[in-house]
Write a protein that binds this ligand. Structure first.
Ligand code: FAD
Length: 463
């Protein structure tokens, strides 16, 4: 009989309420009733928890950074939450330019640990995002155009499978599982306990932030979408359009050598020419300090002021992919829908926004069938983020953002699996496109009893 091992928290134990919460604050976690939450300390704890869940007929949830937009990694009736967030080891090998890291790291701890020894790999800009969820679903960051998605830098994953076995997956060993773990989405094929990534030297980078008046929105979006996916690989940028009618572009230039750094001015020229900017800020920083800046840590303060992505956010986020630049009528539509954001009875934790994240570069050159990532050739990702605080503002905000995304669908394709959205029609098709069939084949092979399941998980047979 399997025993639960690790840091095991039962209802009523100290820390129970914190243990059963997720990041998405619209959910009623007081009504969330897992049977137990297991904070695993090693892969054996994970294997024991899987076996225990199966022997006790308990549904299980797999969790790392808790950032699933729909709360699916934390919300479970009478089940087991298997949490890997205590698996935080980091071992960098300079001779092979690789790092073996525990699957439970968040972005801040990851970038600090790598940065202290002068290396990096592409990761998210959300401080508390978990490495496991990010990697298994793809992973965008400010070096994606230079070095690919997070999962493109993965060379091995260690997993506990549905029968409690511990396996490795890499290009030679279990290559089908390795393929699925690079973009097939978290929580589907097994529980990752450690990853080995290729790492890159972390030198100096140029971080930039430009803003324009709202009146320039159409000109700036038009210029950005022609420039961002096709500029040099070293530049990754994102455009943020706030419902408060603010328009900014941020990003990073990661050069091959310091000698290239002054080139940032010329690289930004098409955006400087798009319209008169209100502000232009370019800073040259060591890579680690740049990462801290994007993660919301202020390196100028004697004690860093951590600006968390507030854990009190009530939000609805979604996504879509632009495979072609938006035609003028789509940009006009985008502007009008942003301006039509409902007036709320209470201020949200932050303004609702649309973000456009530049694609192309290294991520676009990985062959389509090399990994499970379907949306490789995208020019940019469209991210829809709606925020509110007062309960009475929820419905109108949700209706607005849902209709907004829908209205833009003539100009977009699919959705990014790491931005889980329970309102999508045919979500699996939208996330995985023609890779869905192969993902289901791999699912049947590694999890024939569909132990790893949650809303929108990959099924063992067609939905
Ligand atoms: C504030 C914020 C900022 C973000 N920024 C970015 C960004 O810059 N770039 C980007 O690409 N995405 C970003 N995201 C989206 C993010 O990539 C996804 O939400 C991702 O799934 C989060 O992973 P997690 O481990 O934190 O979440 P979790 O909710 O713990 O897990 C997400 C999914 O992975 C599964 N999972 C978790 N751990 C494991 C494991 N060990 N083995 C197998 N499956 C597991 C879960 O079951 C769940 O299905 C952001 C999200 C938020 C909320």
């Amino acid at each position: 009989m399997a025993l639960l091992t690790g840091r095991v928290i039962y209802p009523g134990d100290t820390g129970w309420d914190a243990a059963r919460q997720g990041f998405a604050r619209w959910a009623d976690y007081a009504a969330n009733t897992p049977r137990v939450v297991v904070f695993c300390q090693d892969a054996d704890d994970v294997a024991n928890a899987v076996r225990w869940a199966r022997e006790n007929n308990a549904p299980l949830r797999v969790r790392c950074g808790r950032h699933n937009y729909e709360g699916w990694s934390s919300l479970v009736q009478d089940g087991v939450i298997i949490d890997v967030s205590d698996l935080g080891s980091v071992r960098v090998r300079r001779d092979s330019a690789t790092a073996r890291v525990g699957a439970g790291l968040d972005m801040l701890d990851l970038s600090e640990a790598l940065g202290q020894v002068g290396v990096t790999f592409p990761h998210a800009t959300g401080k508390t995002v978990g490495l496991a969820g990010l990697t298994l679903g793809g992973g965008f960051g400010v070096t994606t155009r230079k070095w690919g998605l997070t999962c493109d830098n993965l060379i091995e994953v260690e997993l506990v499978t549905a029968d409690g076995s511990q396996v490795r997956a890499n290009a030679e060993e279990n290559p089908d599982l390795f393929w699925a773990c690079r973009g097939g989405g978290g929580g589907n094929f097994g529980i990752a306990t450690a990853f080995t990534f290729s790492v890159h030297p972390a030198g100096n980078v140029a971080v930039f932030s430009l803003s324009w008046p709202w009146e320039a929105m159409e000109a700036v979006v038009s210029a950005w979408q022609s420039w961002a996916p096709d500029t040099v690989d070293g530049v990754t940028s994102f455009l943020t359009l706030l419902t408060t009618r603010s328009l900014t572009m941020q990003g990073q230039f990661t050069p091959d050598t310091d000698a290239d750094l002054p080139g940032i001015n010329a690289l930004l020229a098409p955006m400087l020419a798009a319209a008169n900017p209100l502000s232009v800020n370019i800073q040259v920083l060591p890579n680690l300090n740049a990462a801290r800046l994007f993660l919301g840590v202020d390196p100028q303060q004697p004690e860093w002021r951590v600006q968390k992505h507030s854990d009190d956010q009530i939000f609805k986020s979604s996504s879509a992919l632009a495979y072609e630049p938006f035609p003028p009528q789509a940009i006009t539509l985008l502007k009008s829908r942003i301006e039509a954001c409902p007036t709320l009875s209470a201020a949200p934790s932050q303004p609702s926004m649309i973000q456009l994240l530049g694609g192309g570069g290294a991520m676009g050159r990985v062959p389509q069938d090399a990994t499970a990532v379907w949306h490789r050739q995208t020019k940019f990702v469209v991210q829809y983020d709606a925020y509110w605080t007062a309960p009475q503002d929820g419905k109108m905000t949700l209706d607005w953002i849902t209709a907004f995304r829908q209205d833009m669908t003539p100009y977009t394709v699919g959705a990014y699996v790491n931005y889980a959205d329970d309102r999508l029609e045919n979500p699996l098709q939208q996330y995985y496109g023609d890779h869905l069939g192969r993902l289901m084949d791999i699912k049947r092979c590694w999890d024939p009893d569909n132990v790893f399941r949650f809303p929108q998980s990959i099924p063992v047979s067609p939905p």
